[in-house]
Design a protein around this ligand. Structure first.
Ligand code: ADP
Ligand code: MG
Length: 337
């Protein structure tokens, strides 16, 4: 009995010291009445008509990031993917909780992780308000809460035939980065660095999502691949779409990879670009009425937005090349099961 009690005491103390040392920070937001340290966080919701928006994501070592990913990249990405969900709704980021499991106490790993976590949270104006710390396989769950005006919510079920489909930034870099490190293929260092940066440090389009939300009803963030995520919009909206795959924006590094790698003859593997995922760009569906304004906003924020197709009432996603040929995809995106 005594042994068991001692263990329990030690475990609680260890856990408490870890939380205190690595995760407790001074309040950075005035709407946090009680932050880390009590049984629950106590929060002041906005006093105007804004609603709370909540999302949660888990990143598991070896599934969502390669096992040798640096702790600072893991911390960045774990917040970035949640902020990307908030961006896709049009919500302003506010609070974070963090449930973390790690196999053993590792001072270097934990300090790098927690430093990067704090920096990233503050970059998005967010405060860590609580969490849970356990021993186990490396796994990180972040829950993010944001605020939104009811009229500004961008939903998956609001696409209408005739609306234009846009994508921010470029797609396919993260997937190429992952495949390059998995296959240990030797490529130009600038291509590798660019693609690994995009894999480990995705840019959630939060500023853009917030700025267009008043004029845009429908968006999704691209985490499982454009084909799958646009598919979610089409299912929810009961619509179809036609996209021109050669119009999907890709980086000069990705283009250069296909141009310079022997055997690839400059032909981009469009199927991989639109199915591999991990891009954390936005797919935005825009009514003709608001198209000009939304593009002007994107331009002022220096976020590239590329028209890739149109919503129709075909009930399916048609993927075509400029040439008119169809691209049939075999799998539409990452699925865990
Ligand atoms: P309880 O047993 O009551 O759930 P814990 O000992 O798990 O409390 O946590 C104590 C406090 O530390 C709580 O406020 C909890 O939200 C916070 N906390 C625990 N782990 C983390 C973490 N990884 N990041 C941030 N806060 C954490
Ligand atoms: Mg707990």
């Amino acid at each position: 009995m005594t042994g068991r009690c001692d263990n329990v005491m030690r475990k609680v103390l260890d856990e408490f010291s870890i939380i205190k040392k690595y995760f407790t920070t001074a309040d950075s937001r005035t709407d946090v009445r009680i932050g880390i340290g009590d049984d629950c966080a106590v929060l002041q919701p906005p006093s105007d008509d804004r609603l709370l928006v909540s999302t949660v994501d888990t990143l598991i070592s070896g599934v969502h990031f390669p096992v040798d990913t640096s702790p600072d990249d893991i911390a960045y990405k774990t917040i970035a993917v949640s902020v990307s969900d908030l961006a896709a709704m049009g919500a302003e980021p506010a609070w974070l909780t963090l449930a973390i499991s790690f196999p053993e106490y590792n001072e270097l790993w934990l300090s790098a992780f927690s430093e990067s976590f704090k920096q990233t949270a503050s970059m998005f104006g967010m405060q860590l308000i609580g969490g849970d710390t356990t021993k186990g396989t490396l796994s990180i769950t972040v829950q993010a809460t944001g605020f939104i005006k009811p009229a500004s919510i961008m939903r998956r079920d609001s696409a209408k035939p005739g609306d234009s489909i846009y994508v921010t930034g470029t797609l396919g870099d993260a997937a190429l980065g992952l495949s390059l490190i998995s296959s240990n293929q030797s490529v130009d260092v600038s291509i590798l660095e660019h693609c690994l940066y995009r894999l480990n440090r995705p840019t959630p389009r939060i500023e853009l999502g917030n700025a267009i939300a008043d004029y845009c009803n429908c968006a999704i963030d691209i985490s499982d691949g454009l084909a799958a995520d646009l598919g979610h919009i089409l299912n929810a909206s009961n619509c179809g779409a036609c996209i021109i795959v050669d119009n999907v924006p890709v980086s000069s590094e990705l283009r250069s990879y296909y141009e310079t790698t022997p055997g690839l003859s400059g032909t981009i593997d469009w199927e991989t670009v639109i199915t591999a995922g991990d891009d954390y760009e936005l797919c935005v569906v825009v009514s003709r009425q608001h198209e000009e304004r939304i593009l002007a906003i994107a331009k002022s924020l220096k976020v590239p937005m590329t028209n890739i197709g149109v919503i129709n009432n075909s009930g399916k996603l048609e993927i075509k090349y400029f040439s008119g040929d169809s691209l049939e995809i075999n799998h539409s995106g990452y699925s865990h099961f």
